[in-house]
Ligand binder design. Structure first.
Ligand SMILES: [Zn+2]
Length: 289
């Protein structure tokens, strides 16, 4: 065989191997072993800016955004999610090349939640049918908000505390026993603060819902885009209007004790892709830009 043909053969073989090696998509999880109630994120490395990335974790779809020479997506792990292996799958479709795939499973760690026993006036617990209907329809309105996914990422960089101070918020996930009966878990964290203390948006976004609801009292829900929402409950006053764009650190209201509340405090919650996540983990999220 002439040398020229032999060389050509080697070049073709080498390029075939190289093409095959890049067919796998490189995906990293942050953290590597997330826990129940966490907001984690996946980073897809080395994909073109024009790439369309689709993926899912368990039965939830991921929504990607450009990040550090690739793309990333937040993953919400609901506070009542089952610990154990959770399957994931990601596909990148790039112009002019075959789709690339990556799949695997992530080990979701368990987390033990405290049991919180509360005594409340029976009128706040055993609801009359009309109040029951009201609370239910208010819950449905909030669920409808969380289900909507704004395709644009409105948040940037680090998240800030919703109230000044250094005391951590408490009570995420506590299994509540109210007047001796087990009730739904506590889905946010509570910050003790005096009535009138300013409450700020933890990142930029848009006001998705304002209301004066039976359980949450006066509330603001901020849409940060791509399925991420933050919730501010029991407010005394509200300083924003419906659909208003808000910046990180902007005052959106003041601490109060409206709704089902035993004293002035801020209840702060967060939802990602429909999962109820620990807002303290969101505040610790380390993503650049
Ligand atoms: Zn609370």
């Amino acid at each position: 065989m002439p040398l020229r043909v032999l060389l050509l053969g080697w070049v073709l073989l080498a390029s075939a191997v190289a093409a095959h090696a890049t067919d796998r998509l490189t995906v990293t999880w942050h953290p590597l072993r997330p826990k129940v109630g966490d907001v984690a994120w996946v980073h897809v490395h080395g994909v073109a800016g024009g790439a369309v990335i689709a993926g899912s974790v368990g039965d939830r779809s991921l929504v990607f955004f450009p990040y550090e020479g690739g793309q990333a997506a937040l993953v919400g792990l609901d506070l009542e999610a089952k610990p154990g292996l959770l399957g994931w799958r990601i596909a990148a479709h790039e112009p002019g090349r075959a789709p690339r795939l990556a799949e695997g499973s992530v080990a979701v760690g368990r987390r033990d939640f405290a049991v919180q026993r509360l005594t409340l006036p029976t009128g706040m617990v055993d609801l009359d049918p009309e109040t029951e209907r009201r609370a239910l329809s208010e819950t449905e309105r909030m669920q409808a908000v969380y289900r909507a996914v704004t395709p644009e990422r409105l948040w940037r960089g680090a998240f800030t505390r919703p109230v000044a101070g250094t005391e951590p918020g408490t009570g995420f996930g506590s299994r509540r026993v109210i007047n001796g009966k087990p009730r739904s878990p506590h889905t946010g964290i509570d910050y003790a603060a005096e009535r009138g203390t300013p409450v700020v948006a933890v990142n930029s976004g848009r006001v998705a819902l304002l209301g004066d609801f039976f359980f949450p009292g006066r509330l603001v829900i901020v849409d940060h885009g791509l399925g991420l929402y933050t919730l501010y409950f029991h407010l005394d006053t509200v300083a924003v209007s419906d659909d208003e764009r808000v910046e990180r650190g902007q005052t959106i209201g003041t601490v109060g004790s409206t709704g089902r509340s035993t004293g002035p405090h801020l209840h702060f919650g967060a939802h990602m892709g429909g999962a109820r996540i620990d807002p303290a983990v969101l505040l610790d999220l380390k993503l650049r830009d």
